[in-house]
Design a protein around this ligand. Structure first.
Ligand code: DGL
Length: 246
């Protein structure tokens, strides 16, 4: 019997976990919330690889058969290196839903991600592959938004969202949530941009995990249990269960 290991720099991974638990109700999950090292989005590659390798070691030591990087920043920065370092481990990552905006023919799309993801080669490549000539793309850094979400600072979240997004009200028809933390504040983003469709990749990740388990003959019929560990404080785990049950 083994579990699906999931990690993020904190609460953001819950948005992916929620979808996975719906798509794979008979799997057991172990979610590692790395709140201690949040935010990832301002760290450099060496530091992030060291941090994420330790988490992968932990998840493998705790009987995980697949590892889901429920974080765009860690996926963008480290997935390739982690695959090389752990060649026998199956990794599934998270990628900003830029292709979804393209496929749905949106005309004016904002990509909102962490500072690292915003300027990453990965986003540049996705935009090269999936932008039409008649599509306006605005690539915006969410600055310290993920950290404010982690700390539950509602007023500061709203202040930052207004500063970053007010200019796009009634202009942007779509916004790609390029950080898993941002999926937890969809209501707040829609308060600032009421006529904008928000796109995330959470369901896509869940379907890909199912596909990988099928491919490798690793699907199980377990009780659907969930264990959450938090690298900063056990007190934060209670809030995670509240978010999941919401
Ligand atoms: N939730 C993460 C992401 O999807 C990272 C947030 C952060 O720690 O900066 O990028």
């Amino acid at each position: 019997m083994s579990k699906i290991g999931v990690f993020d720099s904190g609460l953001g991974g819950l948005s992916v976990l929620k979808e996975m638990m719906k798509v794979l109700p008979n799997e057991d999950f172990l979610f590692y919330e790395d709140s201690l090292n949040n935010p990832y989005g301002v760290k450099d590659e060496d530091e992030l690889l060291e941090i994420t390798s330790k988490i992968v070691d932990y998840l493998l030591d705790n009987d995980c058969k697949i590892i889901v990087i429920a974080c765009n920043t860690a996926t963008t920065c480290c997935m390739k290196a982690l695959r090389e370092k752990y060649p026998n481990t199956i990794f599934v990552g998270t990628v900003p839903a830029i292709k979804v905006a393209y496929d749905n023919n949106y005309k004016n799309t904002i990509i909102l991600s962490t500072p690292y993801t915003t300027k990453s080669k990965r986003v540049e490549e996705l935009l090269n592959d999936y932008t039409r000539e008649d599509q306006i793309i605005t690539n915006i850094s969410g600055e310290n938004l993920a950290n404010l979400i982690e700390l539950d600072k509602h007023d500061e979240i709203m202040e930052l969202l207004h500063r970053l997004l007010d200019d796009y009200k009634d202009k942007a028809d779509s916004l790609v949530l390029g950080c898993t933390h941002y999926s937890l504040i969809k209501a707040e983003i829609n308060e600032v941009l009421p006529n904008t469709v928000l796109l995330d990749g959470c369901l896509g990740v869940a379907n890909e995990v199912k596909h990988q388990l099928e491919e490798h003959n690793l699907l199980e019929n377990n009780s659907g249990s969930l264990e959450i560990v938090n690298s900063k404080s056990d007190d934060l785990i209670k809030r995670s269960y509240e978010i999941l049950n919401n």
